[in-house]
Design a protein around this ligand. Sequence first.
Ligand code: AMP
Ligand code: MN
Ligand code: MN
Ligand code: MN
Length: 282
Amino acid sequence: MLSRIDLHTHSDRSDGALAPAALVARAAARQVALLALTDHDTLAGCSAARAACEQHGIEFLSGLELTCEWRGREVHVVGLAVNEADSSLRDHCCSVLTMRRERIHEIACRLSAAGLPGEALAEQALAVPAPTRTHIARAMCAAGLATSIQRAFDRWLKRGQPGYVAQKWPELATVVRCVLGAGGIAVLAHPHRYKVSNGVLRELVAEFRDAGGGGIEVSLPGMEPADTDRAATLARRFDLAGSVGSDFHEPDLPWRPLGRLDKLPEGVRPITAHLGPVNGRS
Ligand code: AMP
Ligand code: MN
Ligand code: MN
Ligand code: MN
């Protein structure tokens, strides 16, 4: 029988709206049987999510979504089934979170210079382990300065806008090594969202694989059939396992619900086959 799994989700430890336990309760209501919490650059929600999963009888994987850089572009890598106690991974997160906080301060300065209440807008962001631009966008909506998160990005926060602050992220290969060092599987997140040609995407996937990458996301809400086909072709060609998830951030986006059917395109190995006995799977 097909079951629902979700290997890409966010809680309020980064830019998700729900606390880890509330996220898990929502996943349970959606009949999710296997869940990974993958907050941006932090494992802070994993212990609470694991405890909630135990209560609901959901199999849980510790995870995170690490921002990195490849040829000057921002790329995201999901680390699954990582050892939360791994000191190199913890150090990595710690230094990225410091950079994130500094960036938020800088964004606040830029917004203030543009006539907005920068510091007040940054307050919420700085209260969570992994602050992101989404927090600032939410604060803008709450203050009536934007009518949606998307508009806040488009008007203020995305590249080229007054509040944009560039960030130097760790290199892709460094991040993959870090996930592997923590005993995890590195998955290339949402390949359809990188605005690159098919040829460049192939080069990215080749380098990701050579660095030790083990999987690629092939099914997410918002992926067109052609996107899934392209990701599946890359998975087969580079012998990467296929991963599925929602990239859930908040209940207010009903088109991105928790849980995907555990069904992959022809010839793509499921990532669940690689999760090993640690997680009670074989
Ligand atoms: P940050 O890591 O601080 O740069 O924030 C990135 C987060 O903001 C991502 O994880 C997305 O959830 C969201 N995001 C990034 N770019 C956009 C955009 N153009 N429109 C809406 N949300 C975005
Ligand atoms: Mn996000
Ligand atoms: Mn992402
Ligand atoms: Mn994500």
